[in-house]
Design a protein around this ligand. Structure first.
Ligand code: G3P
Length: 217
């Protein structure tokens, strides 16, 4: 399963990228706004740092304007994936950009029907939002399972990019289901390493090593 980092914070991307934990990056208008930076500048900086796909989202709502924005974003770097919302304007833009050879990430997906439309529009990635479904006491992981089944039934090549990830368990649960990618905030990726028994065991090892006077260098 590929790890995409869901942030526009350069230093946080760099830290994980240096550890080999970054297969791509996703941003959205809220994350760009939070960065306080110009979208074109920060996106270029991310594309220069990361080899994998970098999702940059349009802010237009009509197809013609979305297409113009998407083409401008695509010119930033070869690894840009233009992010469009799952609306008919977004699907139309997805089809046109895909036909032009641009990667497209169709976002704000909350149903299997929406995911089918994105695949038929040629999307490179579909972004089902797990956490926002869970927030409504719906089942975000069940949506990932449904999309995986449908895509496999018909050989759709669109990559399932699980998004709105809230926990380390979401990461492993998505891996068990077979999501192609998970995009998560840096703190969630870091939390995957945490386990109380690891900490407890390490403390015991260190105590015994100290007691025995173990020296290596
Ligand atoms: O990339 C989509 C993701 O940023 C949405 O996450 O936590 O705002 O639901 P969240």
């Amino acid at each position: 399963m590929k790890f995409f980092v869901d942030t526009a914070e350069i230093d946080q991307i760099k830290e994980l990228n240096d550890l080999g934990m970054v297969d791509g990056v996703t941003t959205n208008p809220s994350l760009i706004a939070k960065s306080g930076r110009d979208i074109l500048e920060v996106t270029k900086e991310i594309c220069d740092m990361v080899d994998g796909p970098v999702s940059a989202e349009v802010v237009a709502l009509e197809a013609d304007d979305m297409l113009a924005e998407g083409r401008k974003l695509a010119k930033i770097a070869d690894n840009i994936a233009v992010k469009v919302p799952l609306t008919w304007a977004g699907l139309k833009t997805c089809k046109t950009l895909t036909d032009e050879g641009t990667m497209v990430n169709v976002t704000l997906c909350f149903s299997a029907n929406q995911a089918i439309l994105a695949a038929k529009a040629g999307a490179t990635f579909i972004s089902p939002f797990i956490g926002r479904l869970d927030d409504l006491n719906l089942d975000g992981l069940e949506l990932i399972e449904d999309i995986r089944t449908i895509y496999d039934n018909y050989g759709f090549e669109t990559n399932i990019l699980a998004a709105s990830i809230r926990s380390a368990n979401h990461m492993s649960d998505c891996a068990k289901i077979g999501a192609d990618v998970c995009t998560a905030p840096p703190n969630v990726i870091k939390a995957m390493a945490n386990h109380v028994l690891t900490d407890k065991g390490l403390d015991a090892f260190m105590a015994d090593a100290k007691k025995a006077g173990i020296k290596i260098v």
